[in-house]
Ligand binder design. Structure first.
Ligand code: NOJ
Length: 700
């Protein structure tokens, strides 16, 4: 049996793969007949197959896409603290196979109706010898990938336990092209994405995206991370990948007690890059919505006292240029009311924002406003004008301090009619502490089990107060928005703010984000869920405040981001005075919806370009966003997604013929044309450019 495993693991290069395939299939069959203990499950369309193997008591699995091996024999199991590991003592007690097919409705989302269709295989394992513990591994095969999780049933010989290692492997077949962000960095997920061969990958965060030589697109991630440590992916050599869980301060990876389920380990598999974006596998592996009355959960667009601090025009803390004054907030509210924005975010409204606020979050007060900000008056002024405040809790990673005030803080916002709160956890990767009974401060990582538990507590508390969340510097999304639809969006990536003050790194030496950053994100960061990138900067140079920085896009591309990046809370991030200067661009930002009936990717290549179309959930209108890296591009396609025989006006916001992100980023044209589902439509993108289109339904 070892022979079988070794062959699979060594089975790498593309050419060899095809020539060895019949040989491997034969080995695989032999292996089945030898043990009589293996079993496999195929996805409903026969596209993906998972095979379970037990080799000398050790569990393994493989994944095939059609006949192409995707994951070679990969180990499963756990090392535990002060007790034998759940590793190599197993026999299969029983297996269960079932099918599931349901279409469920998202409260909000990129698609209203989501089909959850899979075949399932549950392997119930029992240790041959004492302590005879039991463990179930549940596999689900979907046509867009696979998922599996471990389940520890309630049992006398396994109650409280600590996981010291999760042995799960994802052994890849080939040195795939990879897009990744290294794990365990001080700035959490806020880095540019690297693009290298798998050989150069060490330990990375998920989603971790790969492309095989034969064109398969793969993304490793996890679903339903509720009470566990975040999973990173570690490259152990020879294209073999392994789960790497973020430890607690004492090196325990996960504290658990039975009955207990791990999150799902997921592998999305697509033949095109866009297939990954159109996959709902991660959401499907989460539990259904737990919030009965969701009428208060509203997709929304917002403006706010935010960009001006990032530009250094005003300050978070009190002083002569304090941003969050009553007067300034009312100015933003007036702008929001005039242009139909739903929320006004106000940052820097409370005490604690001294000059070095990220160093010491214990001074934050979440219930008292600063003297020059009339919180109640401003909240009421907003309501009187048909707008709501968006609350802000910057914790500066002083989580224990925040937890002491959370209940009153959410109550206060609820009383003021606030429906959405942006939270923030700025702080180095491993500086979150909790104080134990002995008064010791135990320092934890931002993404370990301690913080996963904290975020879960916040989302449930927020739901009690009818408040939706926009989480910055939190844990990556794993589809929990299906269960808790008030967990609306997150940043947890390098967003727009880096264009205001960010420098380059070893990926890019210019200021801010390079033009191709947003052409990678849909296939990497955004596979995890909605992203509060804060698009819509229309004043692309900041000479007055930050002359060395700029937005490295054309104006049309900033508009296209509202479609290519999905978020049910999207910001119009620029200053009101800048929008007043660009009513042409503002019009698209006002029109574009944030809740969709359907989403499709017309074309795309990771890190190069993407064209996304989305249908409004509340009308017959379609929207298109197309963006490119530094290469100019032209695409022509038929508008066959529009209703047949009906007419539409295409309102086009495009790069001018001489636009260029570097030399002429304001080269911008707004024009209209009448179209139908038979129109051949051409999208032309300037270097670093983009195009946004509203296909406005005119008549049946
Ligand atoms: C970092 C967040 O990403 C940003 O949006 C916010 O303005 C600052 N923290 C202050 O909370």
């Amino acid at each position: 049996m070892r022979y079988f495993v070794m062959n699979y693991e060594n089975f790498k290069p593309q050419v060899m793969r095809h020539s060895l395939l019949p040989f491997l299939l034969i080995i695989s069959l032999i292996s089945i007949s030898c043990t009589q203990k293996q079993t496999s499950v195929e996805s409903p369309g026969g596209v993906n197959t998972i095979e379970f193997l037990l080799q000398d008591g050790t569990p393994y699995y493989t994944v095939h896409h059609s006949n192409t091996p995707v994951v070679s024999a990969s180990r499963l199991g756990f090392e535990l603290q002060e007790m034998p590991g759940l590793t190599n003592q197993f026999e299969i007690e029983s297996t269960e196979v079932s099918s599931f097919d349901e279409t469920w409705t998202q409260v909000w989302g990129e698609k209203a109706e989501v089909r959850n269709h899979y075949n399932e295989l549950a392997i119930n394992l029992r240790e041959i010898e004492e302590p005879n513990r039991i463990l179930t591994i549940r596999f689900r095969a979907f046509d867009d990938g696979i998922g599996f999780r471990y389940e520890f049933p309630e049992q006398p010989n396994l109650q409280e336990f600590n996981i010291m290692d999760e042995l799960t492997e994802f052994n890849m077949i080939g040195d795939h092209e990879s897009w990744w962000i290294a794990a365990y960095q001080w700035n959490r997920y806020e880095y540019l994405v690297k693009n290298t061969a798998l050989a150069e990958v060490d330990t990375v965060v998920t989603p971790f995206t790969m492309k095989t030589d034969n064109g398969l697109h793969l993304a490793l991630h996890e679903a339903a991370l509720v009470d566990y440590s975040t999973m990173n992916i570690e490259h152990t050599g020879n294209n073999q990948l392994k789960a790497n869980l973020i430890p607690w301060h004492d090196d325990v990876l996960v504290r658990a007690s039975t009955p207990f389920n791990t999150p799902w380990r997921t592998l999305q598999i697509g033949e095109k890059a866009g297939d990954l974006v159109e996959s709902y596998l991660v959401l499907n592996l989460n539990e259904p919505n737990k919030i009965e009355d969701t009428s208060w959960i509203e997709p929304a667009k917002y403006v706010g006292i935010w960009w001006e601090m990032h530009l250094d025009k005003s300050t978070w803390g009190p002083g002569p240029t304090h941003g969050a004054t009553t007067e300034n907030a009312k100015r933003y509210i007036d702008f929001a009311a005039e242009h139909g924005f739903d929320h006004v975010l106000v940052e820097g409204w409370n005490p604690g924002w001294d000059g070095d606020w990220f160093a010491d979050g214990v001074v934050f007060d979440f219930t008292e406003p600063l003297d020059d900000f009339d919180l109640e008056g401003v909240a009421q002024y907003a309501l009187d004008n048909g707008v709501r405040l968006m609350g802000h809790h910057e914790t500066s990673a002083s989580v224990e301090h925040y937890e002491g005030q959370m209940e009153q803080a959410f109550q206060l916002y609820e009383d003021l009619g606030v429906r959405a709160v942006k939270t923030g956890y700025v702080g180095h990767g491993q500086e979150i502490f909790w104080t134990d009974e002995l008064g010791n401060k135990n320092y934890e990582w931002h993404h370990g089990q301690h913080m996963v538990r904290h975020h879960q507590e916040v989302v449930e508390l927020a739901a009690d107060h009818k408040i939706s969340l926009n989480v910055h510097e939190g844990v990556k999304d794993t589809g929990l928005r299906r269960t808790w639809p008030n967990l609306m969006t997150r940043e947890v990536a390098r967003g727009q703010e880096y264009n205001a003050w960010g420098g380059g790194d070893d990926v890019w030496d210019g200021p801010g984000n390079p033009p191709n950053h947003v052409t990678i994100l849909p296939y990497q960061r955004s596979l995890s869920g909605p992203f509060d990138y804060t698009p819509g900067i229309v004043d692309l140079f900041f000479d007055e405040y930050r002359p060395d920085n700029r937005v490295n896009h054309t104006l049309a591309k900033e508009l296209a981001l509202y479609v290519t990046i999905y978020s049910p809370l999207h910001m119009a991030a620029d200053l009101p005075e800048n929008y007043e200067e660009r009513p042409d661009a503002l019009q698209f930002i006002k029109d574009v919806p944030v809740d969709w009936y359907d989403t499709k990717v017309l074309n795309g290549e990771i890190g190069k370009y993407i064209t996304t179309i989305r249908k409004d959930r509340n009308s017959e209108d379609w929207y298109l966003g197309s963006i490119t890296d530094e290469e100019p591009r032209e695409f022509t396609f038929t508008l066959d997604f529009l209703n047949e025989g009906e007419s539409y006006t295409a309102q086009i916001y495009r790069d001018s013929d001489d636009a260029d992100w570097e030399t002429n980023p304001y080269g911008f044209v707004v024009e209209e044309m009448e179209v139908t589902s038979e129109t051949e439509f051409t999208v032309s993108l300037a270097p670093g450019g983009g195009q946004a289109v509203r296909f406005m339904h005119v008549s049946e």
